[in-house]
Design a protein around this ligand. Structure first.
Ligand code: RFL
Length: 390
């Protein structure tokens, strides 16, 4: 098989690169290891920066998003049985939007299929070659070894993908921190309460309440790194959420059936070398942020915009200038965003062996973000996201 751009991964990054290229008249084939059903059902992110929403609208993916996306104009921080309600209004009309990542993925997949463009599911990419001049992607599909020949490879295959290791010397450009805890994430058929959305610091560990729709809540508890997602009963989870989120009023969350549970480890990871020859990586393939900032998907969208434009310039006018500065331009958004997500992570979780002095230090950080003008500005700016250069 031959195409102009071979895209590895049908996550938000790969699907968006494909969509932008399509609207610029460039052909691509997406190779995705998982089944179509698995990709459509995978529950992950849900908080979108306004730049992400604008990008999806610009590329014709705004219809359902405009209808079902829930504006989020404030955020709560709770700690030490007190609460701060922080406005996200920076006077520019920007706000966050709640819209599940699986809906974005579904919108992009259905559009691509309606346009008759190829996504090969259950295509497991094993290796790449020719990335200097004539790229080839080797993959296994329907029990057969196959090759996709292309002019450029977009490595959008997430943290565990194969693309990153094909960038020569990428290991020497990696920066990593692993946190000694994980998040138990649940989806629940319980109407989220606008007055109780945000992050809670508790001496028992972090808790987070957010929404996926008007009737479905997305909630998280800090747990041990190797916790079993099924170790707690539904009632134990709700009780623990209420205890950790207590802002001094003893108000309770709406409860309902838990329809999905998963445990995700928390880490910060950046590979600063994001391109070599005719291969570039984007999204989780290049960086992971702890989910405390709600930034992973938003960063993937930022990379996808730059990658698609760099490929367009290469393939239409043989101009490599943007491609040559791809890593640096992406990193100008990535590092400050990683810094914010890790700062949130470190202020909100209880670390093993943490002293009461360290807990008091966390309270000071949270008090700064929650109750001072300059701290609220910092939080607002970081949550709303950095502007795009491209
Ligand atoms: P993805 O979504 O991981 O997609 C990569 C795709 O590549 C496929 N793949 C392969 N295909 C073929 N051959 C191979 N050898 C392959 N290896 C891998 C995979 O099957 C997959 O389909 O990466 P992408 O596109 O870069 O998107 C990144 C986002 O998914 C991720 O950053 C966010 O979900 C992170 N995240 C959040 N981000 C936000 O912006 N806001 C949030 O509120 C938010 N909450 C979260 C999150 C991530 C979480 N977990 C589970 C990691 C909450 C959680 C719990």
């Amino acid at each position: 098989m031959k195409t102009q751009v071979g895209i590895i991964g049908a996550g938000p990054a790969g699907l968006l690169v494909a969509r932008i290229l399509q609207l610029n008249g460039i052909d691509s084939v997406i190779l995705e290891r998982r089944t179509r059903a698995y990709v459509l059902e995978r529950v992950r992110a849900g908080v979108l920066e306004s730049g992400t929403v604008d990008t999806l609208r610009t590329y014709g993916m705004g219809e359902r998003l405009n209808r079902e996306g829930i504006p989020m104009r404030s955020m709560q921080l709770c700690w030490d049985r007190q609460k701060a309600d922080i406005s996200l209004d920076d006077g520019t009309g920007r706000h966050l939007t709640t819209y599940g990542q699986q809906k974005i993925v579904e919108d992009l997949i259905l559009q691509r299929e309606a346009d008759g463009l190829p996504i090969v599911f259950e295509a497991d990419v094993s290796r790449l070659d020719g990335i200097e001049d004539a790229p080839r992607i080797h993959y296994r599909h329907n029990g057969e070894d196959k090759v996709l020949e292309c002019q450029f490879i977009a490595g959008c295959d997430g943290y565990h993908g194969v693309s990153r290791r094909h960038i020569p010397g990428s290991d020497e450009h990696v920066f990593l921190t692993e946190y000694p805890f994980a998040w138990l994430g649940i989806l629940a058929e319980a109407a989220p309460l606008a007055a109780r959305r945000g992050f809670a610091h508790s001496t028992r560990g972090l808790a987070v309440a957010s929404a996926r729709s008007a009737s479905v809540g997305r909630l998280y508890l800090q747990v041990e790194p190797d916790a079993d997602p099924n170790a707690m009963s539904d009632q134990q989870i709700w009780d623990e959420l209420d205890i950790r989120m207590d802002d001094g009023t003893a108000a309770q969350l709406n409860r309902g059936p838990i329809i999905e549970r998963s445990v995700a480890r928390l880490r910060g990871y950046v590979c600063e070398k994001m391109r070599h020859g005719r291969l570039a990586i984007a999204g989780d393939a290049a960086h992971i942020v702890p989910p405390s900032g709600g930034k992973g998907l938003n960063l993937a969208v930022g990379d996808a915009r730059i990658m698609a434009e760099a490929i367009r310039r290469l393939l239409t006018t043989n101009d490599t200038t943007l491609l040559d500065s791809y890593s640096e331009m992406c990193l100008r958004r990535i590092w400050p965003t990683v810094h914010w997500a890790c700062s949130m992570c470190e202020a909100l979780h209880i670390f093993p062996g943490q002293t009461s002095f360290q807990t008091r230090m966390q309270y000071q950080t949270l008090n700064h973000w929650g109750n001072t003008e300059i701290g609220q500005q910092r939080l607002r700016k970081a949550q709303l996201g950095l502007p795009y250069e491209i």
